[in-house]
Design a protein around this ligand. Sequence first.
Ligand code: FES
Length: 134
Amino acid sequence: MSAGISDLPADAVRVCASSDLADRGAGVRHAAKLGGGDVVVFFVRYDGRAYGYLNRCAHVPMELDWAEGQFFESSGLYLMCATHGAIYAPDTGKCVGGPCRGGKLRPVQVDERDTPDGRAVFWLPDGDLRPATV
Ligand code: FES
């Protein structure tokens, strides 16, 4: 019954088990490359769905999390940048308050599906934002 992973793009990356992403809980970071530089993408769950973004504030290009993997502010409604408090809608990445107003997080494509090893979250890289090779 499971769709499996055979139809995923060849460059799809397994990020984590679905159970690792608690709704409005801690996110999972993944090393990436952008234009030859080291960056991080992150994945969170919001209202049951997994979302992923480049970990870079639209205000100043800094990482958002105040402690590794902590992206939601205390209400669990928004992703927050620890540096100057910009807040973003978790489902669209749009800035909804703070100094990033009008800005947007760079989204990454996410797929979540059943696999032989259980349900898992995948990153489907696009453009020049690629997984870092280990
Ligand atoms: S760097 Fe994110 S709010 Fe300023």
